[in-house]
Structure formats: C-alpha cells, structure tokens
Ligand binder design. Structure first.
Ligand SMILES: Nc1ncnc2c1ncn2[C@@H]1O[C@H](COP(=O)(O)OP(=O)(O)OP(=O)(O)O)[C@@H](O)[C@H]1O
Ligand SMILES: [Mg+2]
Length: 281
C-alpha cells in the first residue's frame, strides 16, 4: 500500500505587493513524515506554514490537506480544521501569568463549548489528555508554576504540550528552537521526534541551521524566494548544496548573513537561555 498523501500542493501561489512571495509547483507530504524546511530569511517558510494553517489564502492554485481543500471561509469547518493543525512558534506564545497547567488546557479550547470553557469547566477526559501531554514533555512536576518563571526550554515544552493536548494530525513548527541554545535545541528536536512517532503526527518544521534539519528530518526541503529549490534526504544535503541554498542574491539581500548571524548567535549563547513571552503576558 502506498503511503497516504496528507498535504498536496499544486501550483500554489501567494502574491503580495505585486510579487509572488510563495510559488510552489508541486509538493506532496505523506502521513507521519517529518519534513524540515530550510532557506534564507524571507524565503517563504512562514508563509507556507501560515497558508497550511489556513491563516493565508493562496492567490491561486490548489492546497489540499487531509484529503480536502482547506475550508477557508467556512467558520464551522474551520474550527475543526484548526484543531487538527497544531502550530508552534519561535516565541512560544504562552500566557506568562498563567500556570503550566492552564496554558496546556488552552489546547483543549477547540473542543470545549464556549460557555464551558468560559467557566473553566473541563471534563475528566480533557484533564487526562492534558496530563498525558505534560508527562510526554516531562513537565508534570511543574503544573502550578507560572509560565513566566520557566526557562526557555521549559516554555517550549509547555508549548509542545499545549499543541499535543489539541490532538492534532499535523504539527507545524516554525523555527521552534531559534531562541534556544544548541544543546537545548537538540533536546527539543529529539522530543519532537519521539512525540511525532508516538502520536503518528506529520511534522513540518522550519529551522535555520541545516545540521538541526539533518537531525530531525526524513526529508529536507530548501526554499529560496518563495520556491522550492532543492529537496532530498538529510544525508544528501552536502556543504556545497548548503552554500548554494544560502548564497546571496535573495530579494531582501539577507541571505547567508542571516545564517552566519544565527550561527554566531548560537555559538555566543553561553548560558541562561531565556524564552520569550508574548507582549503583555
Ligand atoms: N503580508 C505581506 N505583505 C507583503 N510581503 C509579505 C507579507 N508577508 C510576508 N511577506 C514577504 O514574503 C517573504 C517571505 O516571508 P516569510 O516570512 O514567509 O519568510 P521566512 O522564510 O519565514 O523568513 P524568516 O526565516 O526570516 O522567518 C518576505 O520577503 C516577506 O517580506
Ligand atoms: Mg519565518
């Protein structure tokens, strides 16, 4: 039996200010696959993820997720769709004043009727799902700590648990380790790997460092100026290919500088990695 295609893009274009910021001729991702996206700043990684989440409408083309077009414009179906697409960001987006437990509970909101969630009434099933997610990320001993007191790595683990409690089918992780030091980045990526296997999730992850992409991915896709310029197995990503992928000449001219800056940042990040909370949290 051939593997099930869970994401299928055909001639998908996002156009802004007279330019195609995303232009993908053809892309297929199968269920359970772990795909890492690399590429310069501005190459379209976030745009692709936001389009798959349903936050951005493609200007033209075909975007099919889980066997059907993204149900844009249909609020009722979109709620169900959002539940199935977990998304995590570089800045974790936790509510700093709330506890670990409360933050993870938020992952259940898509399942709970408005009044019940407003009153904070979650049933036993919801609690069990949250607890299992917290055990998975090894934070079940910090349930009542407020999120702002956690280290960066712990905050990202809460964000992962919150997404897991949502019971997604697809996990979109947009630069989830860019705020963490190298050792912690590797830990978090390994956690992603374990979780994706355990929950049979399909993972799309964008990463700035090619060596991190090699660590987690079954397949690496390189983007440049909104297009896929290379894809292959992690062991096929040679140093020459990396230089080509990150060579200067991008529309915004940031190219390799950004990679170098990122590397410098990672190397100079000695201690005290702190996560980032959303403004006002
Ligand atoms: N709403 C918008 N209007 C105009 N241009 C946009 C808009 N959103 C994104 N862009 C442009 O689209 C391009 C792709 O942006 P995107 O955020 O997807 O890149 P990225 O690969 O995620 O970059 P980074 O590595 O810095 O996160 C950039 O040139 C960006 O300026
Ligand atoms: Mg981005």
């Amino acid at each position: 039996m051939s593997p099930e295609v869970i994401i299928r893009l055909k001639d998908a274009v996002v156009r802004r200010d007279g330019q195609d910021i995303l232009s993908i001729d053809s892309l297929e991702i199968t269920r359970g696959e772990r795909v890492a996206f690399i590429g310069n700043s501005g190459s379209g990684k976030t745009t692709l993820m936001r389009m798959l989440k349903g936050y951005i409408t493609p200007t033209r083309g075909h975007v099919e997720v889980m066997g059907a077009p993204v149900p844009l414009g249909n609020r009722a179906r979109m709620r169900g769709y959002h539940r199935q697409i977990g998304m995590i960001h570089q800045h974790f987006d936790l509510i700093g004043r709330e506890s670990v437990w409360q933050n993870v509970y938020h992952g259940r909101l898509g399942y709970v009727p408005f009044l019940r969630s407003f009153l904070g009434r979650f049933d036993k099933g919801d609690r069990e799902i949250c607890m299992r997610a917290l055990k998975e990320v090894r934070l079940d001993d910090k349930l009542y700590r407020s999120a702002r007191t956690l280290s960066g790595g712990e905050q990202q683990r809460v964000a992962i648990a919150r997404t897991l409690s949502q019971e997604p089918t697809i996990f979109l992780a947009d630069e989830p380790v860019s705020n963490l030091d190298p050792a912690l980045s590797e830990d978090i990526l390994d956690l992603f790997g374990t979780i994706c296997v355990a929950y049979r999730l399909t993972l799309l992850i964008s990463l700035h460092l090619p060596e991190l992409a090699r660590r987690i991915a079954d397949r690496i896709i390189a983007m440049k100026a909104g297009e896929i310029v290379w894809q292959g197995l992690p062991e096929e990503l040679s140093e020459e290919k990396i230089s080509e992928i990150y060579e200067r000449g991008e529309r915004n001219g940031e190219g390799y500088d950004r990679l170098e800056r990122t590397n410098e940042f990672h190397m100079s990040w000695g201690h005290g990695a702190k996560g980032h909370l959303v403004p006002g949290s």
